[in-house]
Design a protein around this ligand. Structure first.
Ligand code: RB5
Length: 146
């Protein structure tokens, strides 16, 4: 069974969110869409918070957050204590999972074209965390941030 993907955006990421939802369903992933449900201007922290809360509550879920640049989403989700990675290429996405065990993929619709964006999404979903020394380093993030 594929992991459930919790997805959210603001108006700047809405169109790419719709593309991602279709692709995720085609690939067989259960999807929980945390909004928005239209292109009206809205505030990205509210949607980043909704997705982050769901990811915090369930270790099996992964998240996707899309705004114009991906920056505001990444800032908010990391501040909420969820390791989140702004990715602009597939190597970024693979390493974010393998080395950093990122739980939320952040993307910028105004930065990354749809074809590349879908490749980044696939790479993020299909890469497993490497564990071992990477686990020690992730644990250290919490230690030094206290
Ligand atoms: C909205 O105009 C834009 O600021 C937002 O989508 C995002 O890029 C913020 O980081």
């Amino acid at each position: 069974m594929n992991r459930t993907i919790v997805i959210g955006s603001d108006h700047g990421g809405f169109n790419l969110k719709q593309v991602f939802i279709k692709a995720l369903k085609d690939w067989g992933y259960p999807v929980e869409d945390e909004g928005p449900d239209c292109l009206d201007s809205c505030d990205y922290p509210l949607f980043a918070a909704r997705v982050s809360e769901k990811i915090k509550a369930d270790d099996d879920k992964l998240g996707v957050l899309i705004c114009g640049t991906g920056q505001g989403m990444a800032m908010t989700a990391n501040r909420m204590g969820v390791r989140s990675a702004l990715c602009t290429n597939e190597f970024h996405a693979r390493m974010a999972r393998e080395h950093n065990d990122a739980r939320i993929l952040c993307m910028g619709e105004r930065v990354t074209g749809q074809g590349l964006a879908l490749g980044i999404l696939k790479a993020f979903l299909e890469t497993k965390f490497g564990g071992e020394r990477h686990q020690r380093r992730i644990d250290l993030i919490d230690t030094v941030a206290k």
